[in-house]
Each structure stands twice: as structure tokens, then as C-alpha cells.
Design a protein around this ligand. Structure first.
Ligand code: CP
Ligand code: NVA
Length: 315
């Protein structure tokens, strides 16, 4: 069974298929698309808040002819101690796919191992792969040349990721940069440098040379094609708010810092954003800020990911 728990779970031909389908689904939205999830129900099990991920998946499943079933973790017996294994086995008897947002990354791995339907990681404390595929697709839309080669347009590009360089988005960007042939400069406080555990994962994936870490944000944004940031206080880290805001203040993406990147650099953020913290209000209004294209593309890209997994599940 094919799952999508981390960026590298798809083979190169499947990645190419996701990009091609996302482009097609976007171009044909509102017109006929093959109902690849017809007669299927896909469950969303969420333990954390969500605007973009929940709504884009629910709408996407509906547009592919399927039925979305949203389950808050606390509304099902999982929240009262039923095991992940039993939950996976039971739900696999009813639904055709599981889309899961949770804290521990091992939860999605256990669901995938115990169940018999595709599992999609809709964000864990460790990774957010749906966002990375969407972000890469959104960049490629801007950079693609006359040859139409979306993936080719990403190769060799540089992303500067500022702020909480130990969060799920930063981890995921290391895998994304390796997968898409990009370079990544992570810049945040020394306390948020990649851990030995994370370095081991990057090495295991063969991506140890795709990223660097610096405490100097100006060094990170130099020659960057994209300046990217995320909230300084991820879900689950709320009790560290005061300390994090003080530690990360030098890493705010503001106009003087953004102007040190390439003259045509894009600003991106997975959202939700906190203006005045990780990004200044005027960068969020900048003509090269593409956050709403990025948010829209969650829909098209995730439809493509589900289509690829559903096709494999049927095979
Ligand atoms: N970017 C993102 O995953 O947003 P939500 O938390 O609103 O789903
Ligand atoms: N790092 C953020 C991403 C939100 C989409 C969080 O985990 O809260």
C-alpha cells in the first residue's frame, strides 16, 4: 500500500504525475475531471486546528467524486485511549483513505503499518509534506519556461528559510529541497539548529549536502529565489511563546531583509501568519508575496496526491 507520510514516499515518476495532475486539475476546475474517488469515503482524523488543510482536503475529495468524513480525534474513541492499531484496522473496513493531522510522527507511521488503506500525513510535529509539494508546485508555476517542465524549473533554485529552523516546515523543506534538486539555507537561533537526529535522517535520504544552517539571516537570504518563513510558535509549543518570540526576533522577514534576496525573489509562508512577528505587514502585502496562490494550490496538489494513491490502491 502506498502512503504519503514524508516527501520521499513517492517515486520520481509519481512526483511527476502529481505535478502534471495538479496542473490539469487547476486548469479544469469546475469542469469535468475523472471522478477518481467515486463511491469512496476518505476520513480526516485531526488532533490539531486547521483551516487550509481541512477545507482543501474536504473540498478536494468532494470534487473528485468522493465523500469526506471529518473526525476530530476527541470525538472518536482514539481520544479515549483506543489504540492506533485498532483504530487503523477498524477504519480500514469502512473508508478508502485516511488523512491525519497529529503531534507524534510515529502515529501516522503506526496507522499506515496497521491499516490497509492509504494514509496521508496532513502535518505532524515532524513533517508537513502536503505543504511542501504545494509550495514547490506554486514556485514552479512562476518559473516554468516554454518547455512546460515544472519540475525542471525548480532545479538549482535557492530557498532561505528563516525563524524556527527546528519546526515541521523546516524539516520538511530539507526533504523537499533534496527531492526537487534545490538548495536550502536555514537561518535561526543556534538553539534551533538541526538536531543530530534530524541530520541522521537527512543523511539517510542522501540530502546532507542540500542544506546549510547559519545564525546570520542576511547570509541566508543572499541569492535566494524564495524567502520562506513559518510561525515562531507551532501548534503544541504555546507554553514557550514568550521565550521563542524573544529568541527569533532577529529573524523577522521584513523589507530590508527581503530586499537582500534576488531582485525577483518570492516571499512564501505556509500560513497562518502573524504580522509583526515572523513577517512584517508590508512583506505580506508585497507584489512578490504569493501566499494566497500557495494556499489555493493546496487544493489542486492534494487532489493530485489522492488521485495517485487511489490509483495505486486499486492496482
Ligand atoms: N498551512 C496549513 O497547513 O494551514 P492549516 O493549519 O490552516 O491547515
Ligand atoms: N509549524 C506550524 C505549521 C502550521 C501549518 C505548526 O505546526 O503549527
Amino acid at each position: 500500500m502506498k502512503h504519503f507520510l514524508k516527501e520521499t514516499d513517492l517515486q520520481p515518476h509519481e512526483v511527476a504525475e502529481v505535478f502534471a495532475l495538479a496542473r490539469d486539475f487547476k486548469a479544469k476546475r469546475g469542469r469535468h475531471v475523472p471522478p477518481v474517488l467515486a463511491n469512496q469515503t476518505w476520513a480526516l482524523i485531526f488532533s490539531k486546528s486547521s483551516t487550509r488543510t481541512r477545507v482543501s482536503f474536504e473540498v478536494g475529495i468532494h470534487e473528485l467524486g468522493g465523500n469526506p468524513l471529518f473526525l476530530n480525534r476527541n470525538d472518536v474513541q482514539l481520544g479515549r485511549g483506543e489504540t492506533i492499531e485498532d483504530t487503523a484496522k477498524v477504519l480500514s473496513r469502512y473508508v478508502h483513505g485516511l488523512i491525519v493531522r497529529t503531534y507524534d510522527h510515529s502515529d501516522v507511521e503506526q496507522l499506515a503499518a496497521a491499516g490497509s488503506v492509504p494514509v496521508i500525513n496532513a502535518l505532524t510535529d515532524f513533517l508537513h509534506p502536503c505543504q511542501i509539494y504545494t509550495d514547490a508546485f506554486t514556485m514552479a508555476e512562476r518559473w516554468v519556461g516554454a518547455d512546460g517542465d515544472l519540475l525542471g524549473s525548480l532545479r538549482g533554485r535557492k530557498i532561505a528559510f528563516l525563524g524556527d529552523t527546528a519546526c515541521n516546515m523546516a524539516n520538511s523543506w530539507v526533504l523537499g529541497a533534496g527531492l526537487f534538486g534545490m538548495k536550502l539555507s536555514l537561518s535561526g537561533p543556534a538553539e534551533f539548529a538541526p538536531t543530530d537526529e534530524f541530520k541522521a535522517l537527512a543523511k539517510a535520504e542522501g540530502f546532507e549536502d542540500v542544506y546549510e544552517f547559519t545564525t546570520d539571516p542576511t547570509e541566508a537570504v543572499e541569492d535566494a529565489d524564495v524567502v520562506y518563513t513559518d510561525v515562531w510558535v507551532s501548534m503544541g509549543k504555546e507554553e514557550e511563546t514568550e521565550e521563542r518570540l524573544a529568541q527569533m526576533a532577529p529573524y523577522q522577514v521584513n523589507i530590508p531583509l527581503f530586499e537582500r534576496a534576488k531582485p525577483d525573489a518570492l516571499f512564501m509562508h505556509c500560513l497562518p501568519a502573524h504580522a509583526g512577528e515572523e513577517v512584517s505587514a508590508n512583506v505580506l502585502k508585497h507584489e512578490r508575496c504569493i501566499i494566497f496562490d500557495e494556499a489555493e494550490n493546496r487544493l489542486h496538489t492534494q487532489k493530485a496526491i489522492m488521485a495517485v494513491l487511489a490509483q495505486q490502491a486499486r492496482a
